[in-house]
Design a protein. Structure first.
Ligand code: MN
Length: 416
């Protein structure tokens, strides 16, 4: 698909994350109350304002009068397509409605972004093979790197919707119970191995009540965001057996401010990697279920310059979000509008394509260079920025930045 040209010049630049092909959905403020908006070039289109003015009608009653996109998700796939078609009509080059739309455009630079959806529940997976192999090798040795179930199901755990925050939110270094292998007893301390995880988040836009197929699951997905699953490795190492991570993952999870709708990514579909063992029929691929999305992690020390510490691609995943969602429903677990599914850390096959510091520094045995500094895990004041874009011919369908700064731990919260 070529670039769709808009009457907004900045949307036609090959550098922008937000050409007319993209039309991602967010929630913004310009001093007043939060409103639903659509990113286009260097501008935000006030979608709530368009609905109020009668220029955008998605249902019989308003659906953009709450500062979340959940009500649009509830309308279903036909309405999703209708939204994109109407926005395209309003913003395309030569649109006869240009003069009516122009007052609803605001410079993105002056806006503050908020959570684009009300997250119903959050589940995080462990579905990248390079990541699982790296972590397994560090903790269990190369022979037993992948758990025996890994090639048969996308392993996941139920996380906390309450801890999902939008890009730009500060992250406070947590305290927790830790015990190093050479210590006799656990202690309560600030996490000394605080990490990032580069992931994509899939947003469930339609409910289910009972098991769904991979194809049905695919159609239930409304869109995608970038996702940083902040992880306290020392807390995780002590707590994770036998029920999986708990407090290590509960401090915060940051998502990018713009939901890129699934329709915008369709031209970039790619297959999952070759299967080492065939999946059971209900989880088998029925077509290309991943997307070719170039990803990178930038790390900026306090007062310093950003350094790109990893480059990889969403197509490195072993399981697609559709397979994860289908697996999630097999027990009959109801899935709801606004559920967020983390892909699992996305690492590639090479050292510079690893999606966490745990892997990049190989458990602190091989610290990475960061300008004139070195890093094994995050230090106070570090800013982590994830970026991602599907690359078209002369344009990009991007997600905007997913960023967060690590603040120092507070005093011992129980010392009083
Ligand atoms: Mn994770």
């Amino acid at each position: 698909m070529p670039l769709l040209k808009s009457w907004i010049d900045s949307a036609n630049s090959p550098e922008t994350d937000f050409p007319l092909n993209n039309l991602p959905l967010g929630v913004f403020t310009l001093g007043g109350a939060p409103r639903c908006g659509v990113a286009i070039g260097e501008h935000i289109l006030d979608a709530t304002g368009l609905e109020e003015a009668g220029l955008l009608q998605l249902a019989d009653t308003p659906v953009l009068d709450i500062p979340f996109w959940n009500e649009v998700m509830e309308l279903g796939p036909e309405a999703w397509d209708g939204l994109r078609a109407r926005l395209t009509e309003l913003l395309r080059e030569g649109s006869p409605e240009q003069d009516k739309v122009a007052p609803f455009l605001h410079p993105m630079a002056g806006a503050e972004m908020h959570m684009p959806l009300a997250v119903a529940e959050f589940t995080d997976f462990y579905a990248g093979r390079h990541h699982a192999t790296n972590v397994g090798t560090m903790f269990r040795g190369a022979e037993n790197a992948l758990p025996p179930n890994w090639l048969h199901i996308p392993i996941g755990y139920n996380g906390r919707a309450s801890s999902v925050v939008v890009s730009g939110s500060d992250i406070r270094r947590p305290w927790g119970q830790v015990k190093a292998p050479d210590e006799d007893a656990p202690r309560f301390a600030p996490s000394a191995r605080f990490d990032l995880e580069l992931e994509m988040g899939a947003i469930v836009g339609q409910p289910s009540d009972g098991p769904v197929s991979v194809d049905e699951a695919d159609q239930m997905i409304f869109g995608y965001v970038l996702l940083n699953d902040w992880s306290a490795r020392d807390i995780q190492a002590w707590e994770y057996q036998p029920l999986g991570p708990f407090q290590a993952k509960a401090t915060a999870t940051t998502i990018s401010p713009w939901i890129v709708m699934r329709a915008a990514l369709e031209p970039f579909r790619v297959p999952t990697p070759a299967r080492e063992k065939p999946l059971l029929p209900h989880l088998r691929d029925t077509g290309p279920m991943l997307y070719d999305i170039a990803l990178q992690v930038d790390l900026t020390p306090e007062g310093g310059q950003p350094v790109t510490i990893a480059r990889t691609n969403y197509r490195e995943m072993y399981y697609s979000s559709a397979q994860q969602l289908a697996h999630h429903s097999t027990s009959g677990c109801p899935m709801n509008v606004g559920d967020l599914l983390g892909s699992g850390t996305i690492s590639g096959p090479t050292r510079d394509s690893r999606g966490s510091l745990l892997e990049l520094s190989w458990g602190a045995r091989e610290p990475i260079a960061l300008g004139d500094q070195a890093r094994s895990f995050l230090e106070d004041g570090d800013t982590v920025t994830l970026r991602g874009a599907a690359l078209g011919d002369g344009y990009r369908v991007g997600f905007g930045a997913c960023t967060g700064t690590l603040l120092p731990a507070l005093e011992d919260p129980y010392a009083r």
